[in-house]
Design a binder for this molecule. Structure first.
Ligand code: PSV
Ligand code: MN
Length: 407
């Protein structure tokens, strides 16, 4: 028996011994859906330098083509998030069709509320009513784009905040935030959601208007049932227990989605699972143990890679999410509950640790074989000519002067 098959057979035996239904585990893995961001395919950089990469996507069509390639390699990345106006189209319905022909969907629509000159002091919290109105109108325009693209998520992140105590009234800004978003809310297409993404720092450094999950949660409660919280794993202070936040929001029915990445220090652009595999695993364990309670959670990657080969980095990010889900699916939750109820501190912890330490690669190879995608997607990318072909066809775009993607 080949090594990979014997590995799978041994793992199947172990899981059967735990009373786990392997067919259900495989079905859940086949149904995983990780959305990739259009802004991860174009040139990007730090505020110090953008290094142009040969083959980096220059247009929204090229970004969609790259996202579709990720899906061909994995089978679990069937949609791409758009950022407006970094991504523009004269005809959104045609763009939707273009994506469909490549086998993917257009996903979350991200309004850009931070790049115009008028947003220097904020957008929806700005002291000027005219600026707030501009931000509101842009979000309403994004709701119309959602109708045309078939997107069901308006993903809102604000760069709003202040740099100095006394710069503005924090309470007045809170009221402006709520009032402006309440004006956008009725424009959400039926069945769609507004996801509110919090971040405790940057570009404002004294206070951020939507700084943490609690502020986002309170605002969602006020806006209505179509508003939910988005957890960007990179938007927390060092040491924050993100799995705890996830568990709490799941239990409150307000976890809308994720932006996955790994934050070593300041921002959110490292490959998810590269520095935080355990964190990612325990987050997925919370999601798996919530069952149907996690049915509507949207899983998105928010990374733009600056020195890494972009497609390989995105692929590795998707695969790390797949590995984390696989490990979370093989946790013996019945045994875990029993140990928890018995007050067995380390016995329960070790049940989680055991799943985390299990080599799930044979399982993933088996799932990929059944999905008709490459058994080793990273090796397939390297053996394939896609990266070289797009490098030859697109060349290196002129390096942007700003570090922000799309600038
Ligand atoms: C901000 O850091 C953020 O996480 C938001 O999701 C933005 O939309 C995205 O990055 C791109 O700048
Ligand atoms: Mn984000």
């Amino acid at each position: 028996m080949p090594e990979s098959q014997s590995g799978y057979a041994a793992l199947a035996d172990t899981l059967a011994g735990r009373g786990l239904d392997l067919a259900r585990v495989k079905t859940a893995l086949k149904q995983q859906h990780i959305e990739t961001p259009s802004w991860g395919y174009g040139d990007s950089g730090t505020r110090f330098k953008v290094f142009a990469q040969p083959g980096a996507a220059r247009t929204v069509e090229e970004k969609i083509a790259d996202a579709a390639y990720m899906n061909r390699l994995t089978g679990i990345a069937p949609s791409v998030a758009l950022h407006i106006p970094w991504d523009t189209a004269a005809d959104w319905a045609a763009l939707r069709q273009f994506a469909g022909e490549l086998g993917i969907r257009l996903g979350a629509i991200n309004p850009n509320l931070f790049q115009d000159d008028v947003y220097m002091l904020g957008s929806v919290c700005h002291p000027s009513a005219a600026v707030r109105q501009r931000a509101r109108d842009h979000m309403i325009e994004c709701c119309a784009i959602m109708q045309a693209t078939g997107s069901d998520i308006l993903s809102v992140w604000l760069a709003d905040g202040t740099n100095y105590a006394g710069q503005d009234s924090i309470r007045a800004r809170k009221h402006r935030l709520q009032e402006t978003l309440a004006e956008v809310y009725p424009h959400l297409p039926p069945g769609s959601r507004m996801l509110l993404e919090y971040k405790f720092f940057e570009p404002a450094f004294y206070h951020t208007d939507l700084a943490d999950w609690g502020m986002a949660y309170a605002l969602c409660q006020k806006l209505g049932p179509q508003a939910e919280v988005l957890v960007d794993t990179g938007h927390h202070a060092q040491g924050t227990n993100v799995a705890h936040i996830v568990a709490l929001l799941l239990d409150e029915g307000r976890l809308g989605g994720f932006h996955f990445n790994a934050r070593q220090y300041g921002d959110d652009d490292l490959i998810v699972g590269s520095t935080n595999p355990w964190e990612l695993f325990v987050i997925f364990s919370e999601l798996v143990s919530a069952g149907e309670g996690a049915a509507n959670v949207a899983y998105m990657i928010d990374q733009s890679h600056n020195i890494e080969p972009k497609l390989e980095a995105m692929l590795l990010s998707i695969l790390n999410c797949q590995t984390a889900l696989a490990k979370a699916l093989i946790v013996d939750y019945a045994a875990l509950r029993a140990r928890q109820e018995a007050g067995d501190v380390l016995g329960s912890h070790l049940i989680l640790a055991d799943a985390f330490q299990t080599d799930v690669r044979p399982l993933l190879r088996q799932v990929r074989a059944e999905m008709n995608v490459p058994l080793d997607p990273l090796a397939a990318l390297k053996a394939d000519s896609y990266v070289q072909t797009v490098a030859a066809a697109r060349g290196a775009a002129h390096a942007a002067s700003s570090g922000y993607p799309g600038a």
